[in-house]
Every structure is written in C-alpha cells, then in structure tokens.
Design a protein around this ligand. Structure first.
Ligand code: HEC
Length: 473
C-alpha cells in the first residue's frame, strides 16, 4: 500500500518538475556553499526574512478589521485588541515584530559590515540591503499613525513638523504626505496606502533582488580564507529554522506579557500631551535639541545626507579585499563609535525626561492612562448618520409623525434640529407612558421649548407615536 502511494507521489513530483524545474532550484538552494561552515551568526538575515513574512501575515489578518479613517481607525484597533478572537496575539506580534525587525536589521547590517561581507562582488547585495533598510523605516513611519491614538497623532505631527522645517523641499513634501496642512483623515488614507500597498510591493521587489544577487555572488561565509566548505542544507538550514522558531516564541509570549500599546483616541485639542519617539529614533530627537533654530539643518539634512552617502557607497569607498574586522581597525572603530554615540545620546534623552519633574509626571500620566484604557471594556462607537441603517428594519412611522415631526427629527428619526429618537426608551424617564406625557407637556420634562407641545393630538395618535418611538432600536 505505502509502496503504491510512494510511487504515485514520485510521479506527481516528476510531473511538476518536468514543468517547473523545481528540483533544480531546490537543489541549488540546499547546496548553496558556505565557506567556513554553518554558523549561528548567519541566522540574522533569514530571521529578518521570517520576521517580515510574519509581519505580512499578521498585517493581512489585521486588515480584516481595520478601518482607515479618523472616525473609525481607533475603534477598529481597540476592537481587534479587546474583542476579536486572538486579536491581541495578532496585533501583539505585529507590534513587537516592528521592534524586533529594527533590532534584526541593525544586527544584520552590523554583522555584514564587521565581517566585510559587502566586499568582493557583493556591492549590489549591500546596496539592495541598504535600500531595504529604508523601505523598512518607511513601514515603521507609516504604520505608526494607523492606530490613531494620541501617541500616533502627536508623534506623526512632530515628525512631519521636522520634515516641513527642512529648507525648500520640506514644506511641499510634508504637504504631500499629510494631504493638507495638518494630520487628518486624508493623512491616514495616504499612510495606509503606503503601508499596505506601495511599500509591500517595493519590499518584495527588493527582497527578491537582494536574494538573487546573494545567490549569484555566493554566501560570503567566514572572513578567514578557508578550504572547508559546507552545504547550506542541513546544518545552516537547521540553525535558521531554530532561530525562526525562537522569534515566533518570543513575539507571541511578548504579546501576552506586555500587550501592544494603545492609548485613548487621538484628541488634537489635548495641549498637554507630550510625544516621544520610539527608542530607535531617540538619538535623532536628542540631536535636534543640540542644534536649535537655523542650525537644525545639520541633524536634519547634513548628517543623514553624509551618513547615507558613506553607507550607500561603502563598497566603492572601501576597496581593500581584507575582510577580518581586527585587520580593518579604522572601519571597525568608526562604526563602533557611531553606534556607541547613538546609544549614549538616546540614553541622555531618556535621562533628561526623567530629571524634569513636569515632563516626568505628564509621561507617567500618559502611560497610566494608556494602561487603564487597555484594561477597560470595549465600547462600540456610532459614527454619523450612517450608524442608523438599522432603521430600515423597523416598522414605518405612523402618518402623524410624517406631518408633525419629520421636519425636526428626520424621516428616519435619525435627528435633525431635534435629537435622534433611536434607543430613546433605554434612557431614564422615557418609557412609553413618559413619551406620551412628554409630547403633551415637554416643559415638565425639562425640554428645550423648540420641541413643540402636542396636546392637540388624539390619544390614539399619541399612543401610535409612543409605540413607534419605543420600537426604534
Ligand atoms: C420644531 C422642531 C421639532 C418638532 C416639530 C418636533 N420636535 Fe421633538 N424635539 C425637538 C427638540 C429641539 C428636542 C430636544 C429638546 C431638548 O433636548 O431639550 C426634541 C425632543 C424630543 C423628544 C425627547 C428626546 C430626548 O432625548 O429626551 C421626543 C420624545 C420628541 N422630541 C418627540 C417628538 C415627536 C413625536 C414629534 C412629532 C409629534 C416631535 N418631537 C416634533 C424639536 C422638535
């Protein structure tokens, strides 16, 4: 029996292979030579790829509920977090995944740098890698606004303020990104389009290019010349899989230990709110403080510009074939100082906030408010008149309503001059009997005199009206 199944399977595999050459492709991947043998240090790139795929997967699941508009974005995210089955896990992985991807990207880039893996025909690998780094920052930047809580709103406002203060090109760029002059529902649309449409397409393209040129140039392997060469499969493959599993375990445990951050809905008039960037942007935030006013273009334009040129052109600037980090002291030292400096400056930003009692108190208040909000029960939100379509299902209004009430309460009792009459019977002192009394004498119910007195209606008409209003859900 099992023999027959095996034979059938082989035929199927052969059939597919004849048409796709899949065996050849898999063979090439599994036999990819790694000079110096497999190492744990090489798991970072594939780990990054895995984390990105996980981000893609959880992102698509979030899309099943997320609504990109200033009215609904926050409520839909809160709904995912508090109500949807496994919603907190999915959003938690997506949220903590961002931090992990930043860490992996930095480590992967540093590893490539220290081991001189950008040398000897791997220039394009390096350049596509740096472009991927920018695409990934684009994801972090655009995803930040989407939950539409205070943090998202004010954080994005600050970032766009920084962009718009760049001389000449800043203002038009920020206007295009914003879709106007301030952060609005149009900004959500634009960020959303970038986050789920444009960036993923570019990301796929560059991941494909990155991998393609890696296969062409071969895995860089050890920086010491060696004759010991190992196939990618099974040892390196196994290490990569272990690392991917570890990533998954870390992210899913984190989403329970420390649920994804969500503050109260964005309130643009909250003038006390203090926005702080994520940890990986803290050093830029702190640098901006050291260069006030006109000098601001140094950290905004000059430094990033220089860094970009040096990093992007690195394989062309540094042409010596030496790959051992200990034999390239200048390069190793320069990057170590830069890295250490960024961590130091970022820490100063945190220390400064802690030593300022006003800032410290406000930041603590914000964080407590966020924790309370996450713990509170989910409350649905009705938005505008579109929230009343349920009216269609209730019975049509009595004819007396059409003549006497429509003008002020709307033809579906959705509210115009007067308030909506839906769910009225859930309120206090608005039972069927109360409504009849109220219509005869609105003043005794403390209502505004705009609501006319209807003591000229027959008892039957009043009852019909009251019955209908009570039936409005
Ligand atoms: C000229 C405009 C106008 C007309 C016509 C009118 N209403 Fe009103 N109605 C109001 C306004 C304004 C209020 C809100 C008063 C307040 O909240 O103080 C109100 C309040 C009410 C309330 C109380 C709602 C609440 O939230 O407590 C009921 C019930 C009501 N109207 C029913 C009717 C019915 C039934 C008719 C027709 C027979 C009618 N109204 C006709 C303007 C009108």
């Amino acid at each position: 029996m099992s023999f027959i199944i095996a034979e059938k399977l082989t035929t199927i595999v052969e059939w597919i292979d004849e048409r796709t050459a899949i065996k050849n492709l898999l063979g090439n991947i599994t036999k990819e030579p790694i000079s110096g043998g497999s190492r744990w240090a090489y798991v970072l790139g594939s780990g990054l790829l895995f984390a990105l795929m996980l981000q893609m997967f959880t992102g698509v699941l979030l899309l099943l509920y997320y609504v990109p508009s200033s009215d609904a974005a926050h409520t839909s995210v809160a709904y995912i977090q508090k109500e949807v089955l496994l919603g907190n896990l999915i959003r938690g992985i997506h949220y903590h995944g961002t931090n992990l991807i930043v860490i992996l990207t930095v480590l992967h880039t540093l590893r490539t740098f220290f081991w001189g893996a950008y040398k000897s025909k791997r220039e394009i690998v390096w350049i596509t890698g740096i472009l991927l780094l920018f695409i990934i920052s684009g994801f972090a930047f655009s995803g930040y606004l989407l939950p539409w809580d205070n943090n998202a709103y004010f954080g994005t406002a600050v970032r766009l303020g920084i962009i718009s203060s760049i001389p000449i090109i800043g203002a038009p760029i920020s206007e295009i990104i914003l879709g106007g002059s301030s952060v609005s529902t149009l900004t959500i649309s634009r960020f959303f389009t970038f986050h789920v449409g444009i960036l993923p397409a570019i990301l796929f393209l560059f991941i494909a290019l990155h991998l393609l040129v890696i296969f062409r140039a071969k895995h860089a392997g050890s920086y010491n010349p060696t004759t010991n060469v190992e196939d990618f499969y099974p040892k390196q493959f196994f290490k990569n899989c272990c690392f991917a599993l570890l990533i998954f375990i870390i992210l899913s445990s984190l989403s329970y230990i420390s649920p994804a951050h969500l503050e109260v809905e964005a309130n643009p008039s909250d003038s006390n709110y203090i926005a702080r960037p994520e940890w990986y942007f803290l050093f830029i935030f702190q640098l901006l403080k050291y260069f006030p006013g006109h000098l601001g273009f140094i950290p905004k334009v000059v430094l990033p510009g220089l860094l970009f040129i040096v990093v992007f052109l690195l394989p062309f600037l540094d042409k010596s074939p030496e790959r051992n980090p200990l034999k390239r002291p200048f390069a190793t030292l320069a990057i170590s100082i830069l890295l250490f400096g960024a961590i130091l400056i970022g820490s100063v930003a945190i220390l400064e906030d802690r030593s300022n009692p006003i800032v410290k108190a406000q930041l603590e208040r914000q964080s407590n408010e966020a924790k309370l909000f996450l713990k509170s029960e989910f409350t649905p939100k009705n938005i505008g008149k579109t929230a009343i379509p349920e009216v269609e299902s209730s019975s049509p209004p009595p004819s007396i309503y059409q003549t006497k009430c429509v003008a002020c309460h709307g033809d579906k009792a959705e509210g115009q001059v007067g308030p909506t009459l839906h769910k009225l019977s859930q309120k206090e002192k608005r039972s069927r009997e109360d409504i009849i009394k109220l219509l005869k004498d609105p003043k005794s119910y403390g209502l505004n005199p705009i609501m006319p007195t209807f003591n000229d209606l027959s008892d039957q008409e009043l009852q019909q009206l009251a019955d209908w209003i009570v039936s409005l859900k």
